[in-house]
Ligand binder design. Sequence first.
Ligand code: FAD
Length: 656
Amino acid sequence: RRAAASLGKRLSLCRLRSDSAAPCEARFDVVVIGGGHAGTEAAAAAARCGSRTLLLTHRVDTIGQMSCNPSFGGIGKGHLMREVDALDGLCSRICDQSGIHYKVLNRRKGPAVWGLRAQIDRKLYKQNMQKEVLNTPLLTVQEGAVEDLVLTEPEPGSPGKCRVRGVVLADGSTIYAESVILTTGTFLRGMMVIGLEMHPAGRLGDQPAIGLAQTLEKLGFVVGRLKTGTPPRLAKESINFNILTKQTPDNPSIPFSFLSETVWIKPEDQLPCYLTHTNPRVDEIVLENLHLNSHVKETTRGPRYCPSIESKVLRFPNRVHQVWLEPEGMDSDLIYPQGLSVTLPAELQEKMITCIRGLEKAKMVHPGYGVQYDYLDPRQISPSLETHLVQRLFFAGQINGTTGYEEAAAQGVIAGINASLRVSGKPPFIVSRTEGYIGVLIDDLTTLGTSEPYRMFTSRVEFRLSLRPDNADSRLTFRAHKDAGCVSPQRYERASWMKSSLEEGISVLKSIELSSSKWKKLIPQAPISVNRSLPVSALDVLKCEEVDMDLLANAVPEPLKKYTADRELARRLKIEAAYESVLMFQLQEIKEVQRDEALQLPQDLDYLTIRDVSLSQEVREKLHMSRPQTIGAASRIPGVTPAAIVNLLRFVKTTQ
Ligand code: FAD
């Protein structure tokens, strides 16, 4: 009777489906909990890999919700988006259908560290993401709050580890799955804070996840607490933009996705942003009211690189801080004041805002607020994002201590692929530090852990010159196609065409050799020294900052003209030329790191008790916590000494 009742409930819950003709299933290959930036990518990736997937989330109408800033990308984050796209993920394509102000950051530096960024229309993004997710084959979407996990005995050969078998919803119904991915964001025991008021919430207007947090703690997961915050939203018509600095978008816009030739809206139709600044009066209001601000008093760690105005005033007294006024959408009446994240009581937020230039008459539509939430120490997951404690249970997104849509999306796509590969018994798909920013992000989390919200930066990456936004497809698309089967034929064809065109283009450029005086005549603006007697190749000329493929093709139309028809190809040939010489050195270093990464550590090693290798108790505990998969990963764990690495290396060699 219980089973029948439970099936009845499941049937009623299964009303929201991407494929309405399919029978309602209570068993799936992969179940993803949470329809945020990690969850949508995870669910779509698992489905692309061929798994029957269920996305379970509180509300379908919040799928793709941007909880904080109306923008995607930025320094380091733009790289992550390109890599998610190279794995055929969603967010870059959806941004190119929803962006309203494209601007590349870090332009003064080389293209290896450019930060692709865009303001996004929140409403459009949500609409486009929901359309995409609800129309993904093999993916079912269902509303529900997950309260508990179904667990069973360990699989043979993995003593001591239980295995996840499904999830239990708040209404008591059970859904079975071969793999489960948790992407619950800021919802685990989430508490919303304004001034001295605190109440349970995952974010504004959403309930927290309490039962699930308790389950994870009971299972023995190490849980920590973090905080974040968001600025108030302002009424557009109440701001005096005329006296502020205007920022116009780039022309042309550089799309996020390798599949987008252009973005949906022309640069001249995109919206501007405006810049204003804080002043000493803002500092006074913050400092005079610290006693009314419990978020600031809390000792929990907040985001270092996206701090609240209170932290900025406390950490950098007497400084003026930038406030960017960003549009929330094409037809939105709201402005997002980036840099003004604040948790003061609402009336004091208003007072603070109106003493800023241009905002003297600004109306606050809703106040800023903070959120405090549980996260799980990411050293408890492996690079495939599967937990060490529970087999086939994966964590992705803010639950792992990261902050940002892009970091969440990057983990989501990897968790989705691996949850699906686990079901079909295939080896995990791991991106290494030498292959991508995603590899750096996951390696940092799983080996170092984090005690404050982690965000991606180019400075975290050793091989920046190779891991560029322009070449993410050549680094990841072919592997994802071969090892995970998660890439559409259209993307695979485009990446293959680009790869062969680049190889051909570079070899043609190398083969065109002229004297320097001839080049000087053809391209007078190129800084070519005419004293050189040796011929100079077209590739060397393209390395000059002043020269691009259009100039070069005007000078030598045959055979170069054909490489300018595809604008992306022309742009990429220029970048390849610029990095050609420096990359030769980096390749050697990459090979050395890859050698260490190839030395695998046995995954069933019990570091706490093993006697065949000499390790201090401290090192044993650190290795036990992080369970590094390779000697390379072990060597990056703080406190694991070079002597311990030598001993581990000897041990690995004797056991192999
Ligand atoms: P979310 O996007 O939060 O998605 C979680 C999803 O899980 C939600 O759909 C929720 O409904 C669902 N869910 C949770 N529990 C359950 C359950 N038990 N059952 C079913 N569904 C469940 N990022 C920055 O980079 N800079 C910032 O300044 C910044 N400020 C922020 C301020 C606030 C107030 C908030 C809330 C977030 C902020 N972020 C910021 C973070 C950014 O929004 C997140 O990093 C990103 O959204 C994380 O994506 P996610 O998929 O992990 O989680």
